[in-house]
Design a protein around this ligand. Structure first.
Ligand SMILES: *[C@@H]1O[C@H](CO)[C@@H](O)[C@H](O)[C@H]1NC(C)=O
Ligand SMILES: *[C@@H]1O[C@H](CO)[C@@H](O)[C@H](O)[C@H]1NC(C)=O
Ligand SMILES: *[C@@H]1O[C@H](CO)[C@@H](O)[C@H](O)[C@H]1NC(C)=O
Ligand SMILES: *[C@@H]1O[C@H](CO)[C@@H](O)[C@H](O)[C@H]1NC(C)=O
Length: 433
């Protein structure tokens, strides 16, 4: 019996010693050479493997545009670098509950919803460098209490009021390893400044005393001057501008952009400047005005487009300008063909608008004619159409450009002849002289 007990003890001691040895060997292995277990290749180019006891899912450089269903969920590290992810939606990663690190660098991410990382309560490392992020909210980090390493550099951060919460979050002393080297790309006055050191108070100033205009291919930074009294006025005259400057203070009442080289007005160029009363674009090189260029300018009273290169207005361009009173159009090469009819139609619906300088420059036969006379002659060819009531819907009714086009199509008198329905004439009158 005693012999048996001794034997049993010896066996136990041996087992324990072996187990310790094994553990030591394992540790040596993990410190030195990497211990790779078998690699499982998944569909769409992903690989799953275990390294030093941690489970990896490696989907780098796989052209992925989304995180897919059916991936193993018990992984510790998810490698998604060099893919084509664009937007991270709420709960994208919530089933990876063990995740310690998430590598999303070198994607095309431009938006992250606030709940994108929810469920990642163990995550310590998040790599978001080399993406297209301009603005994110600090709220997206709330589900990540263990986050210690965060990379945000090489993103075009827009340092405005929306970035305020992120900037403040990064500057909390205990977050010193989060977001180092991330810099502002816009606006120009903060260009190159680190989010870590930027004064967050400056981000939400209601009115910026100076507006800087980014000027491509030039180191000189230009300034528009603002005058505060009596109404905020932005003076950008003769600055060699090729486009309408961005970041115009939202409370601006008057903008003088005369004598620049602006060639086109893009969609929603002025939408944020809701109180704008006067817009002077005189003496530029305007050729094209987007249909939505003046959208939101409900209070604009004076619009000066004189001395440009305009041929006609797109259908719908003027639809938001309910309170316009003065429209200066001289010095433009207006072409008197069917495209010009929209402008005349709009002016007829808005008799309070005083306009100047609407003279045909082409075609040859109408050169020098007031555009209205051309349209009248045009309509006179078809007297029946003159009975169409052109004074419907005046005032600030919300006519969309679609409705307007439909309405214009009813007013066949305003359409060019090829589009008119040719009805067989019942009789013809010949006047003899
Ligand atoms: C990713 O897509 C591009 C073009 O769409 C292709 O040239 C490239 O080979 C693809 N890469 C992989 C890993 O599938
Ligand atoms: C506009 O551009 C032309 C050439 O592109 C230049 O000669 C002219 O001086 C510019 N005008 C202004 C006001 O900058
Ligand atoms: C716009 O600027 C031009 C050039 O300075 C000026 O002649 C014109 O009166 C201005 N228009 C308005 C509406 O103030
Ligand atoms: C139109 O432009 C020309 C030359 O650029 C200038 O001499 C003239 O004064 C401008 N006219 C108006 C009304 O601004």
């Amino acid at each position: 019996m005693q012999l048996f007990t001794t034997l049993l003890l010896l066996v136990l001691v041996f087992i324990i010693a072996e187990a310790r040895r094994g553990k030591r060997l394992g540790q040596e292995n993990s410190r030195g050479r990497r211990k790779l277990n078998s690699i499982i290749h998944l569909a769409n180019g992903c690989k799953e493997y275990i390294e030093n006891g941690d489970k990896f899912l490696d989907c780098q450089d796989c052209n992925l545009t989304a995180v897919q269903f059916g991936w193993p969920e018990d992984i510790d590290h998810l490698l998604l670098a060099q893919n084509r992810l664009k937007v991270l939606k709420d709960n994208t990663f919530s089933h990876f509950r063990h995740l310690l690190s998430l590598d999303l660098q070198l994607n095309e991410i431009s938006a992250i919803e606030e709940g994108a990382f929810s469920g990642l309560s163990k995550l310590t490392t998040l790599l978001l460098q080399h993406n297209r992020l301009q603005v994110v909210s600090e709220a997206m980090f709330i589900p990540l209490p263990r986050l210690r390493y965060l990379r945000l550099h090489d993103n075009p951060w827009t340092c405005n009021c929306q970035l305020d919460s992120l900037v403040r979050f990064l500057q909390v002393p205990s977050n010193r390893y989060l977001g180092n080297f991330a810099k502002c790309a816009e606006p120009t006055r903060f260009w190159g400044q680190q989010l870590k050191t930027l004064d967050p108070k400056l981000l939400c100033l209601p009115m910026q005393p100076l507006v800087q205009i980014p000027r491509p291919h030039s180191d000189t930074t230009l300034f528009c001057h603002t005058h505060d009294s009596p109404k905020p006025l932005l003076d950008c005259r003769s600055k060699g501008l090729k486009a309408v400057p961005r970041n115009i203070p939202e409370n601006t009442a008057k903008i003088d952009l005369a004598f620049n080289n602006i060639t086109q007005l893009r969609s929603k160029e002025f939408t944020t400047i809701k109180d704008l009363k006067l817009l002077n674009l005189s003496s530029n090189s305007l050729e094209h005005i987007d249909t939505a260029a003046f959208s939101g300018l409900l209070h604009l009273r004076e619009l000066d487009l004189s001395n440009n290169s305009l041929h006609y207005f797109n259908y719908g361009v003027l639809e938001d300008l309910y309170y316009l009173r003065t429209l200066s159009l001289s010095g433009n090469p207006w072409i008197c063909d069917y495209n010009i009819h929209y402008l005349i139609y709009w002016l007829k619906h808005h008799p309070a608008v005083e306009h100047t300088g609407l003279v045909c420059s082409e075609p040859e036969e109408f050169r020098g004619w007031p555009v209205e006379s051309y349209v009248k002659t045009y309509n006179a060819e078809c007297p029946k159409d003159k009975q169409v009531d052109l004074h419907r819907g005046t005032g600030p009714t919300a006519t969309t450009s679609q409705e307007l086009i439909a309405e214009m199509e009813e007013d066949t008198g305003l359409l060019p002849s090829p589009l008119r329905k040719k009805e067989p004439k019942k009789f013809e009158i010949f006047r003899l002289r």
